[in-house]
Write a protein that binds this ligand. Structure first.
Ligand code: UD1
Length: 359
């Protein structure tokens, strides 16, 4: 039995690691990296820290428009599938590499499993939402992180027999590596952690400038630590915003997994437009303000420590003050975010001879 995993962008790497580990010794595994993310600090460092084996194949696609990037992955990945003839292809999350490989498999009739299936923001202006819908539509096995995923898929008419609730693989990696998390040197004792990379926050100069002004203002109350995604750095540079900032707005390069995990755990609060960080802060019980109008991870709000801010920067200021005053809500950890999702996936994909399939 050959299981072929596809990853491409930073948030895929922490999801594939526990599945590869849980399947070790049970089947032949192949790992394909599309090369969507290619900088050392966006890719290589994660493979090293997460203990992911070197990819068997790197498609080296790199950056491009959505159509170019997706199409180039499809062309290159089709050749891999035809040559390797896997029994299953497993795709992760909602990036362009996910949907590109999913469409290839569905046309070739190769069984496809989607890890992190069923999440929906119901906002089709985000490319990730299109990627989620299309991938789930063609997947044969839909592995959900939380029960809202099962409900979303049922509402879309997807046969529940194809859907399995397995829990959150990203939390598997967090649970495993939290003991090794290590803060980078030179951070202040107390800080807020910031990440921004979504096009609607960083590609629109008015929005990016308003966010930037607010971060400088909030730095008066608590130091801000901001590891900058390459896309965001390019926009900030073109608007001349990298200089002349508050001395407590501390700008860093993108961080490794272990460093960023330690930073999340230590932060007084987090502001982000990422998906995964909403989940990690929920697990860690750290207040999270999501700078997006919606989320595909509503359980982090209903159960966890997350709150949607949208683009209401006055609300952001008010809620940051609530955290500093100690009046912000306390969350709890959702069901099956327990470090064992990878094992549940392995039991379904490749059951041990006498164990019987299932979760
Ligand atoms: C991608 C995912 C997004 C995910 C994010 C995590 C899609 C549609 N988007 O967005 O869901 O949250 O990854 O980081 O798949 N770049 C580099 N070096 C790199 C990679 C990118 O400099 O290693 C720069 C390039 O200028 C590139 C830009 O970042 O054009 C955007 O990269 P891309 O992979 O297209 O999208 P992300 O914004 O990273």
């Amino acid at each position: 039995m050959i299981i072929l995993h596809v990853v491409g962008a930073r948030p895929n790497f922490m999801k594939v690691a526990p599945v590869i580990a849980a399947l070790a010794g049970r089947c032949t595994q192949l790992l394909v990296h599309t090369g969507q993310h290619y900088d050392k600090n966006m890719s290589d460092v994660f493979f090293q820290q997460l203990g992911i084996p070197e990819p068997d194949i790197n498609l080296e696609i790199g950056s491009g428009s959505h159509a170019v990037q997706t199409a180039q992955i499809m062309i290159a990945f089709e050749k891999v599938v035809l040559a390797k003839k896997p029994d299953w292809v497993v795709v992760y999350g909602d990036v362009n590499s996910t949907v590109a490989s999913a469409v290839v498999c569905s046309k070739l009739g190769i069984p496809l499993a989607h890890v992190e299936a069923g999440l929906r923001s119901y906002d089709r202006t985000m490319p990730e939402e299109i990627n989620r819908i299309l991938t789930d539509r063609v997947a044969d096995l839909l592995l959900t992180p939380s029960s809202d995923g099962n409900e979303n898929l049922a509402a879309e008419g997807i046969d529940p027999a194809r859907v399995k609730l397995v829990g959150n693989v990203m939390i598997d990696t967090l649970v495993r590596l939290l003991p090794q998390a290590s803060l980078p040197a030179g951070l202040p004792e107390r800080f807020a952690l910031v990440t921004l990379h979504r096009p609607f926050n960083v590609d629109e100069p008015t929005m990016l400038t308003a966010l930037w002004t607010m971060l400088n203002e909030l730095a008066e109350r608590i130091p801000m630590v901001f590891p900058i995604h390459p896309r965001t750095r390019a926009r900030l540079e073109s608007l001349g915003l990298m200089q002349g900032n508050h001395s407590d707005l501390i700008l860093l390069e993108p961080q490794g997994y272990l460093e960023f995990l330690a930073m999340q755990q230590k932060a007084t609060l987090v502001m982000t437009d990422s998906g995964g960080i909403q989940e990690e802060t929920t697990y860690l019980g750290v207040p999270c303000f999501t700078l997006r109008p919606n989320t595909e991870r509503p359980i982090t709000i209903t159960e966890g420590s997350n709150m949607l801010i949208g683009s209401d920067l006055q609300l952001l200021r008010k809620e940051v003050i609530a955290v500093l005053d100690g009046t912000y809500k306390k969350g709890r950890n959702p069901e099956l975010w327990d470090g064992n999702a990878g094992k549940r996936i392995a039991a379904i994909l490749c059951p041990l001879p006498d164990s019987g399939a299932g979760v």
